[in-house]
Design a protein around this ligand. Sequence first.
Ligand code: SAH
Length: 348
Amino acid sequence: MKKDICSFDYKELTEEIGAMGEQPFRSRQIYEWLHVKLADSFDEMTNLSKGLREKLSGTYQISPIELVERQISKADPTEKFLFRLWDGNMIESVLMRHSYGNSVCVSSQAGCRMGCRFCASAIGGFLRNLTPSEMLRQIYRIQKITGERVSHVVVMGTGEPLDNYENFVRFIRMLSDDRGLNISQRNITASTCGIVPNIRRLASEGFQITLALSLHGSSQEKRKKLMPVAKKYELQEVLEACDEYFLKTGRRVTFEYSLIAGVNDRPQDARELTEILKPRNCHLNLIPVNPVRERDYRKPDRKNAAVFKNKLEKSGINVTIRRERGSDIDGACGQLRRRYTAADGRTR
Ligand code: SAH
């Protein structure tokens, strides 16, 4: 299989193109075609000679990411995109329009091996890691399809970014590179279920991205029931790794908490959450759980969610309830993809 030219960062591309005997300015042009002009083929690179274009396409490919379905919400300015990768794997991405700009939610893996009980992405299991190209090109495709600029990125789609660490870090570098899309790292958020060693590694990358930590349970015991990863990394270690992230980057950590009726939305949960979060400079995002067809978890009604939030707020916690987006378009994480994939996660 030919190498995907879109996964090379600027330095590597320069080396590759140099090794072909080409001038350095050629790599600048090619990088710009790939990451600014968002070319999908070498033929589009009209300021390169036909000979060079042929040489490039003989050695490299720009891995296709083909639009299979686009769902436009009637409820709010949100769209979902289902893409097919070169090997038939399907991934989904979401575009959300906000007053401050457009944000895209990208997937980091095809499937996921973390197995969180309430998450649709866990159901078909893990298929493979996405390459930097496949993460970047979700955003590129959406910009091209809609003709709108994307200013914010959240890595909160299918997959666990810190379980695909090298590709994820390269993706962040390339996404925020001023020779590429140049998205400010402060406008990028990555969400993790809590892979402790890689949270610590990420803290030392010198990034300014926001770390979002999926908490979902207010004690080690409760967390373990919802998230198998908690068996490997205990709540206390996870919290300490988050503290290190804040200390090293100065970026306040966001904690995510999916509210599930009767499971983690009781007064005692709010009390325990307060104890955990009170000493920390952080933000808490409550997400009323998106019901997943294969699971029987329900979200609390609006009133109960508000009561839960108010309890925390009164205790001085910086908390918001995430506004529901695209509830009419296979809203829950990974559900659009689920509809298209058989048990093995590939195209039906
Ligand atoms: N693997 C990463 C990112 C993927 S999911 C992580 O675990 O953080 C992004 C967020 O959506 C996570 O907080 C995840 O727990 C949450 N989530 C997954 N399924 C959900 C559902 N059905 N309802 C509400 N939130 C969900």
